[in-house]
Ligand binder design. Structure first.
Ligand SMILES: NC(=O)c1ccc[n+]([C@@H]2O[C@H](COP(=O)([O-])OP(=O)(O)OC[C@H]3O[C@@H](n4cnc5c(N)ncnc54)[C@H](O)[C@@H]3O)[C@@H](O)[C@H]2O)c1
Length: 372
């Protein structure tokens, strides 16, 4: 394709950041859509893009792809409509809020032949890319057990913001829903997929109200024990506990059959540690090394570049619709697990048509905990 790719963006907050990244990597941002008039007006002037409040009118704009950065639990219907209108889609997480939506999204991508890129950016943080390089080079053998975290140590005052708008998605979705920042880096490093989840929500305190809210999916953070398709186990923790990593709010540890790789929890979280036991080294000595990484590219730029590449070549991106839906199902099946007393719940492998049949009418909203 000789001409510059043209994209439009839905949502003028996170969407504005992604739109700027698209411009920086050489795409033209031609249209922006937001329901909120004030946000639309400032974002359209900042980008020099045509403003739309109506999504159907926006989709009629001449462009190659759309970037969905609307509400967290409302991406699938907009993605399906865009694909049917002949546009490629890059969608923020979550990909779907029900298993049925996941089935519909997968089928639409297959039927239309459009590109679908799940905008997981945490796998493309510098430490996660280095951990992938080390793992794929066989430095620590095969993945047996891993841990991953995505934490923000917000103050109680800051957290009350979320409660002030009870219908906003940040107040509405369960503490389990936003699991993709912790788990997608491990999927990427090890090329594995989640198949089963047991989930727990941590109450913010011991009051009866907090304990009850946590049983319904609302707490300060969430823990999940996830079985991967190789039989390896992954413990994931995400939420608002104190002890945020800096500068990247992400920690990953992979125990392999021959050693350990992780990024550091103390100091610069981009530093990567490799530990090899003495029985695996040529010297016969333990090798435990830490190295600094040279920052090269931002994760959002890499995600936008891979969207451009996929649109140009038709090659599916790493986080395609299958990985995007499966990662989103971890939050949905996690809530199901929690509500059943944290029992393990299978994550349906929607790549299989017979499994899709079984789940195509499962329209239970797995991102929102039940009200009292
Ligand atoms: N990957 C990251 O690091 C990262 C960071 C922030 C947000 N996000 C994701 O981006 C998405 C948006 O987050 P946010 O913080 O910008 O949310 P937000 O609620 O602040 O903004 C969403 C915007 O979308 C608009 N919108 C909603 N529905 C629309 C529709 N049907 N048509 C047009 N406009 C619509 C809203 O008016 C609002 O301005 C979420 O899925 C969030 O998880 C990702």
């Amino acid at each position: 394709m000789d001409r510059r790719l043209r994209v439009g963006v839905v949502g003028g907050r996170r969407g504005l950041t992604l739109a700027r990244e698209c411009q920086m990597v050489g795409m033209e941002v031609v249209a922006i859509c937001d329901l909120d008039r004030a946000r639309l007006s400032s974002a359209s002037s900042a980008l020099g893009a045509v403003p739309y409040q109506d999504y159907d009118a926006f989709l009629a704009h001449d462009m190659d792809g759309v970037i969905l950065a609307n509400f967290f639990d409302a991406h699938a219907p907009l993605a399906i409509k865009a694909l049917k209108a002949g546009k490629h889609v890059m969608s923020e997480t979550a990909a779907c809020k029900t298993v049925a939506e996941g089935v519909q999204l997968l089928r639409t991508v297959e039927q239309t032949g459009g590109v679908y890129l799940f905008a997981a950016n945490y796998p493309f943080k510098p430490h996660a890319r280095e951990l992938r390089r080390l793992y794929q080079a066989g430095e620590v053998g095969t993945f047996q057990y891993g841990e991953c975290e995505y934490l923000h140590g917000f103050s109680p005052d800051y957290l009350t913001h979320f409660g002030q708008e009870p219908r906003h998605w940040r107040s509405r979705v369960s503490s389990l829903a936003y699991c993709t920042h912790s788990i997608t880096p491990v999927m990427y490093v090890t090329d594995t997929l989640p198949t089963e989840v047991s989930a727990f929500v941590i109450p913010s305190d011991s009051s009866p109200e907090s304990l009850d809210a946590a049983r319904r999916g609302r707490g300060i953070a969430a823990v999940m024990l996830i079985r991967m398709d190789t039989g390896a186990f992954l413990k994931s923790l995400h939420g608002f506990l104190q002890g945020e990593q800096e500068p990247e709010t992400s920690w990953i540890r992979i125990h392999g059959s021959r050693g350990l790789i992780e990024n550091l929890r103390h100091g610069d979280s981009r530093r990567v540690r490799v530990r090899k036991e003495e029985w695996t080294t040529q010297s016969g000595q333990v090798e435990d090394t830490v190295r600094d990484l040279v920052w090269d590219r931002g994760d959002d730029a890499l995600v936008c570049e891979s969207f451009a590449r996929a649109m140009q070549t038709g090659e599916p991106p790493y986080f395609d619709v299958y990985r995007g839906v499966i990662a989103s199902l971890v939050g949905i099946c996690g809530l199901r697990s929690l509500l059943r007393g944290s029992v393990p719940v299978a994550i349906p492998d929607l790549r299989q048509e017979d499994v899709r049949h079984e789940y195509e009418s499962d329209d239970w909203n797995g991102l929102e905990g039940p009200p009292k």
